[in-house]
Design a protein around this ligand. Structure first.
Ligand SMILES: Cc1cc2nc3c(=O)[nH]c(=O)nc-3n(C[C@H](O)[C@H](O)[C@H](O)COP(=O)(O)OP(=O)(O)OC[C@H]3O[C@@H](n4cnc5c(N)ncnc54)[C@H](O)[C@@H]3O)c2cc1C
Length: 461
C-alpha cells in the first residue's frame, strides 16, 4: 500500500520529467504564479486569443503538484459557493443563474478542449449522483431538491432517483435514493493537468518548475533566481495561498484525503453496476466523493484530518493511517463487493477555502494584480471558467464572463490562530458526531449539532 507520493493519479499516469527552473530575471506580458488548472487554463486561453503574448508561468514544484493532480476527478458544474451570497451582487439572482449556466457549459468546454488538443484524461460525462445512506440524509436531499426547484432548476438539471432507479445504475448498500445531475464528468486529474501543461508549453508559454515565488507586487514576481517583470501578475495558488506573503488569512488550506482500491473483478463490477461512470457522493455532513476510475478501480475521498495548525501543508500527500482505515471502512460499507480488491494507495491534498466559501476571479486594473480561486473543493471545472475569465479581464474584452457575480468578489479574512485551528477541528468533530447520531437513530431529522456547525462555519448548502 503506497501512501503519499503526491497521488495515485500521478503514479498511474507516470511523473513527467521536471522542467527547468527560472534561469534568472525575465520580462513578460503576463506572469502567472502556480501551474495547476487555474494557472494553466489562464495561460491556455490567453495564448489562443493572442499567440504573440509573452506568458511566463512560475511553479514552486511541478505542474499539477497541487490539488489539480490529486483531486477526486469530478468535472462538476457545482457552484463554488453560496447562491444567496453571490446574489448580493448587483446582478442579483439573474447573475447567479448565469454563473450556473456557464459552469454547466464548462463541463462540455473541458471535454471539447481535451478532444481538440488530444488530452487523453479518461473523461466521461456520466453525470453525478448524491446518495442518501440514512433517513436524515434522504430528508435533506428532498429539501435540497425543493430549493433547487425554487431557484428554477428543472428535472433536466437535477432530479430525484427512487431507490429502485438508483439501483439500476449503481448498487450502494443502504442507499435510500439519490439526486442525479447530468452536468458532471469523471476525469483522471493528473492526466488532465499533465496534458494541459504539455499543450500550453507547445504553444510557447514558458513554464518554469521548481521556482517558488517569494513575493508579489505590482509588475513584479520575485524568486530566488531573480524577478519576472510583467504588467500583469496573476496569483493562482489556491490551497497554497497562505504561504504567499500578505495572504496568510485569505484562503484556508482545507485538507482532503483519498484512497484507491486495486482493480475490481468483473463479478464485483457486476454486483456494483456503475456502467454510466457517474461521479458519486453522499449527503453526510462529513461527506465522501468517489469515482469509478478509467482503469477499473474505485477512488474515494473524504475529509480525514481537516486542517493543520498555522495553515500547515502535507508532505507529498502522505496521510495518517487512521484516515486510511476510516475511508476504507466507508468504502467497504458502501461497496462490500469491492473489499476483495484491497486498497493500493492513499494520499491527500489541499483545497482553498475562503471565509465565506465563495470563489473569486479578480483583476485589479490599477495594479495589474489578479487572482482566481477559493473554489472550496469544486474547482476542476470552475478553474476552466476562471481561467477564461481572467484571460478576458487581462485582454480587456467585455465578454459575458467578466460581469459574472464572482468577478471581483471579496471574501472576509479568516480568524487568526489558534481560533482558526480550533474552529475547523471542532466543526468537523461536530459533523462526524452528527453523522453517527443520524445513522444510529434512523430519524429523518438533521442533528442539531450539524445545524450549529453550519451556522458557525457559514458552509453553503
Ligand atoms: C483530495 C482533493 C479532492 C478534490 N476533488 C475535487 C473534485 O472531485 N472536483 C472538483 O471540482 N474539485 C476537487 N478538488 C478541488 C480542486 O482539485 C481544486 O479546486 C483545483 O485543482 C484548484 O486548481 P488550482 O490550479 O487553483 O490550484 P492547485 O492545483 O493547488 O495549484 C496551485 C499551484 O500553485 C503552486 N504554488 C503555490 N504557491 C506557489 C508559489 N509561491 N510560487 C509558485 N508556485 C506556487 C503549487 O505548487 C501548485 O502547483 C479536490 C481537491 C483535493 C485536494
Amino acid at each position: 500500500m503506497r501512501n503519499g507520493e503526491v497521488s495515485y493519479w500521478w503514479q498511474a499516469h507516470g511523473l513527467v520529467p521536471r522542467r527547468p527552473p527560472l534561469p534568472g530575471g525575465a520580462e513578460a506580458d503576463v506572469c502567472i504564479v502556480g501551474a495547476g488548472y487555474t494557472g494553466l487554463w489562464t495561460a491556455y486561453y490567453l495564448k489562443r486569443a493572442e499567440p504573440g503574448l509573452r506568458i511566463v508561468v512560475l511553479e514552486a514544484s511541478f505542474a499539477g503538484f497541487g490539488a489539480s493532480g490529486r483531486n477526486g476527478g469530478w468535472v462538476t458544474a457545482s457552484l463554488p459557493g453560496s447562491r444567496d451570497r453571490y446574489a448580493r451582487h448587483p446582478r442579483g439572482r439573474a447573475g447567479v443563474r448565469e454563473l450556473e449556466r456557464h459552469l454547466r457549459d464548462t463541463v462540455d468546454e473541458v471535454a471539447r478542449v481535451c478532444a481538440a488538443e488530444g488530452i487523453d484524461a479518461g473523461l466521461v460525462k456520466g453525470g453525478t449522483l448524491t446518495v442518501a445512506t440514512s433517513a436524515a440524509q434522504d430528508a435533506r436531499l428532498r429539501r435540497r431538491l425543493e430549493r433547487e426547484r425554487a431557484w428554477g432548476d428543472d428535472a433536466g438539471i437535477v432530479r430525484y432517483l427512487e431507490k429502485g432507479e438508483l439501483a439500476e445504475r449503481l448498487r450502494v448498500t443502504g442507499a435510500a435514493g439519490a439526486l442525479f445531475s447530468p452536468s458532471c464528468a469523471r476525469v483522471q486529474p493528473a492526466a488532465l493537468v499533465a496534458g494541459l501543461a504539455a499543450v500550453v508549453t507547445r504553444a510557447g508559454v514558458l513554464l518554469y518548475e521548481g521556482t517558488p515565488v517569494t513575493s508579489i507586487s505590482p509588475g513584479r514576481a520575485r524568486t530566488a533566481a531573480g524577478e519576472v517583470r510583467a504588467p500583469y501578475i496573476l496569483r493562482c495558488t489556491e490551497g497554497f495561498t497562505a504561504g504567499v506573503p500578505g495572504q496568510h488569512r485569505t484562503l484556508l488550506p482545507m485538507n482532503s484525503s483519498m484512497i484507491v482500491t486495486g482493480r475490481l473483478s468483473d463479478e464485483a463490477w457486476k454486483a456494483i453496476g456503475w456502467d454510466g461512470f457517474e461521479t458519486l457522493g453522499d449527503e453526510a455532513h462529513a461527506y465522501i466523493y468517489a469515482q469509478r476510475t478509467p482503469d477499473g478501480r474505485i477512488a474515494l475521498g473524504g475529509r480525514g484530518v481537516p486542517y493543520r495548525f498555522g495553515s500547515g501543508l502535507d508532505h507529498d500527500g502522505a496521510i495518517a493511517s487512521s484516515t486510511i482505515a476510516q475511508l476504507g471502512r466507508i468504502l467497504r460499507r458502501m461497496f462490500p463487493a469491492a473489499a476483495g480488491a484491497g486498497l493500493e494507495h492513499a494520499w491527500c491534498g489541499v483545497l482553498g477555502v475562503p471565509r465565506d466559501w465563495c470563489a473569486t476571479v479578480t483583476l485589479d486594473a490599477g495594479t495589474g494584480l489578479g487572482w482566481a480561486g477559493g473554489y472550496s473543493g469544486h474547482g476542476v471545472a470552475a478553474a476552466n471558467l476562471a481561467g477564461r475569465t481572467l484571460a478576458d479581464l487581462v485582454r480587456g474584452v467585455s465578454s459575458p464572463l467578466v460581469t459574472l457575480p464572482w468577478v471581483g468578489h471579496r471574501s472576509p479574512r479568516w480568524e487568526p490562530e489558534p481560533a482558526r485551528w480550533a474552529g475547523v477541528r471542532s466543526l468537523y468533530a461536530l459533523y462526524r458526531t452528527a453523522d453517527r447520531l443520524e445513522s444510529a437513530r434512523g430519524s429523518a431529522r438533521t442533528s442539531v449539532l450539524a445545524r450549529a456547525g453550519d451556522l458557525v462555519s457559514g458552509i453553503p448548502h
